[in-house]
Design a protein around this ligand. Sequence first.
Ligand code: 5AD
Ligand code: SF4
Length: 473
Amino acid sequence: MTNQKPWDRQEQARYMADVAQIMQVRARGEMPLALVRTYGCQQNVADGEKIKGMLEKMGFGFTEEEDQADLILFNTCAVREHAEDRIYGNVGALKNIKRRNPSLIIALCGCMMEQEHVAERIRKSFPFVNLVFGTHVIHRFPQMLREVLVDSHRVFERGDDSEDKTIIEGLPVHRDGNFRAWLTVMYGCDNFCSYCVVPYVRGRERSREPEAIEREFRELVAAGYKEITLLGQNVNSYGKGLENPISFAELLRRLDAVEGDYRIRFMTSHPKDATREMIDVIAGSRHISHHLHLPFQSGNDRVLKEMNRKYDRAKYLELISYCKEKIPDVSLTSDIIVGFPGETYEEFRDTVSLIEEVEFTSLFTFIYSPRVGTVAAKMPDPIPYEEKSRWFSELLQVQEEIAARRCTGMVGNEERVLVEEVNPKTGLLAGRTDGSIIVEFPGDLSLIGQFVNVRVTAARNWILRGEQISPKE
Ligand code: 5AD
Ligand code: SF4
């Protein structure tokens, strides 16, 4: 059972007021500036927007310039070693900035900071970092920041056992986008895939009440957001622990019923929990994009078992064929790990053959990275990294051909595109189709943030070119 305890909003509001006052003095009457840099997945981006929401309430403005900042905060990612190394490098580089500006506050939060060994390394090797806190305690950020400012000592905090089961509602949010928004529906993960650190750093699976989600969703639609992405590590097990359990399919149905000009995306789905009911809801919906991100990780049954994924190749393919039958224009994407400990080249080829069979639109492909504390990190891993890199390139090449073929097959289609930006290199507008494929076309800047019907005229690898269809056509 989740613990949806109301956090002490008033107490945090008092801390926010204190921080605002202290910062005003420190910034000599000018608006203090914060630089917030978020690494990793959308869940982290959503957390970053809450942290920015709190900073805003504490009187901060935002900057991208390290030299202008009164506070620098890195919201970190722990999913792979490469992400962690990059963050250590970037934190190290702050030393000089702190030397130039000794009153700069440096804070680190996010998944990396939930790990004891990381916090220890920061404590020892990066003495200029003032504040370190994990994912479970972000609602206490104002209190921790005040402690740093008032007591001038370093603060290190991670959640206790109760906090990794808690849901905090009502934190302020500073949304970075004007037309795309993130909406977290559940937190944490209970799956313990053997390679993955997420269940250790994001705590137990817990779902927000559907009423709270629907309220926020309606607010976003009313505020004009055109694309709302529902977030959770495993959205397909949404609703299980609630007092009145509901399925993710039912949640989708409820949200789709809200009137408005918008589309819904969601991630991430887990094949073991994805249901035909959910696919039926997407097929019959008005607003849910025909795009399913369904990570399969490996196409080989022995590797899947070692990964503790709890489905096999046949079950995955069965789900995919149901999906293609019900949603013929579905766009499928996936995550893949190459070089899991003990994986042989023949087993890796099963992943390649699955890719060829399904024909994904695009893939997020990763070379296995050992994570402290996970089961896989203790498994024998005899294949050298260079060899895994070769497999990785082989897979990418196959996927590039598939993506190019799929894109070429779309020439002549009419697509509804949400325009996101201008590509500075080509001067063309760039947006995404319902299936999340990038389309570029000439058009007016005022179309950014709008849906536009576009006819696809050409495909360049996995990017489409097109032209706007005038409303008359
Ligand atoms: N090594 C490589 N990739 C990983 N992922 C998660 N943990 C690891 C790891 N230890 C990948 C999975 C997951 C995605 C978010 O990151 O493919 O779906
Ligand atoms: Fe990690 Fe598996 Fe949970 Fe995804 S489902 S966050 S891969 S443990």
